[in-house]
Design a binder for this molecule. Sequence first.
Ligand code: GLC
Length: 560
Amino acid sequence: MLGRGWAVMGMVVAGAFAGISGQEQGRVTAADAQSWWRHAVIYEVYPRSFADSNNDGVGDLNGIASKLDYLEALGVNAIWITPCYPSPQKDFGYDVSDYTNIDPMYGTLADFEQLVVKARQHHIRVLMDFVLNHTSDQNPWFLDSRSSRSAAHRDWYIWRDGKGPGQPPNNWQSDFGGSTWTWDPKTSQYYYHYFEAAQPDLNWRNPAVERAMFDAARFWYDRGVAGFRLDAVDTLFEDPDLHDNPFVNGEMVNKYNDNLAQNHEVLRRLRTLSDRYNAVLLGETWTDNISQLKQYYGDHDDEIQLPMNFMFATINELSAPKFRHQIDSIESSGEWPVFVITNHDMERSYNRYGDGVHNDQIAKLMAALYLTLRGTAVMYYGEEIGMRNNDPTRLEDVLDPLGRMDWPKNKGRDGERTPMQWSDAPNAGFTEGKPWLPIPATFKTYNVASELQQPDSILNFYKSLLRLRRDNPALAEGDYVDVAPDDAHVLCFLRRYQHRSVLVALNLSSQPQHLDADLARYGLGTARVTTLLSTMHNDPGDLRQARLDPFAALIVQVDQ
Ligand code: GLC
């Protein structure tokens, strides 16, 4: 799992207002008026693995287009496609060599444009992934930059002399292992990379970089893209004096190359540009605490509308108090929550929360948790059918650079990126070729076609839940009231909107639990109860005596 160390630096340097034309600066509008994204469910598509239309073993854009009926019926409002730009695929697309095109392995620009149009016909918006911090080392900008010290793009990247012969400029360590500095003999200097050596960092202190990147954003906005997921937004800037990072308890803290104040200046300007298109920014915002996360919304709600809450996502146990704490802290921050439980950098939620016995039940429980809370939700493909990790067992099979770096301690991210399981046909109906990653044998049972046939499947639970979330005003608009704040095992909350209330009760334990919610306190003591969705087969009856089965999820309407 990728999770980054954080440190806040209180240094503010006025940045150039480089990427935005004067005309655009004046047009920051009240985007809230049209904020479709507030109640949206955004579905992350890993394009290599979603659907393969040309049977080369790798998914593609026409594959995604062929599954829009499925996505619409599932009930998602938008898809975020991880990078599908031309790329040497060293980090599977997070190494971009051309920001304004589509990698031929995924199709053409025309395919992309058609996908956007078709998706809109299915009421689905398309978000792209914007890799701001770094490019591929094969990007023409970097090829030029490394060609000579006087090259036009030299200063688009971060080049420095070493401290001495064979010594990098400072002690900074890459997230992908080793120094962040790679020696380039051609010009006898080091270049900087927060991630892999094949992913050199752009120099955001150079206004030309911001101009070029904002031009790329416009290019996609003009093609109907509804927003961007912003990759690694915390890492855009580095201390110009390259101070060594300190160690705390034996671990390096990225004080001087992570989470610098200037990041926020770029985000504000990108937001200004995005507001012009009523577009949404979804942030890859790894934070240690709520005040760090709050900063990403911007002091005046003028940065990222949807910074993802990874503090919630990385609670790796079914702990009611821990989830409650994270929900409370985002609720009391006054910001709009963005809940997510898994993505392409994390072990799948099915594995992380499953106890090996009640995994399907727990998958539904987790869905009922984050999809009934107030806020925007981000799903990861396959989560809705109970896809599990299929980790490599031999180093020679590992494709992810992170997995090769630290084998076998860290098996990398291949396991959570395997092809979508569409049916019990060969290769799970993903391709007629050889899938780029192996599919686990469990696809025979855990696949879309089979689960659609089973009323009790994880998939049908997700579909019901997403429908409920869409149609029930209390779930869409209601406030959040924790009605059992001291319960060690059960999360129980009300979502209240006007005269309607929905009560969600989730038993996070392997034992039956009695609901202990004082509804009278909320004027609901004599309420009539209607079950909206439940994983239990018995009717809960009187809520004051309701017994929740192990890992049960119960969602009821409570009427005065
Ligand atoms: C983000 C991506 C991850 C990638 C890294 C470098 O964390 O989610 O997959 O490896 O950035 O671009």
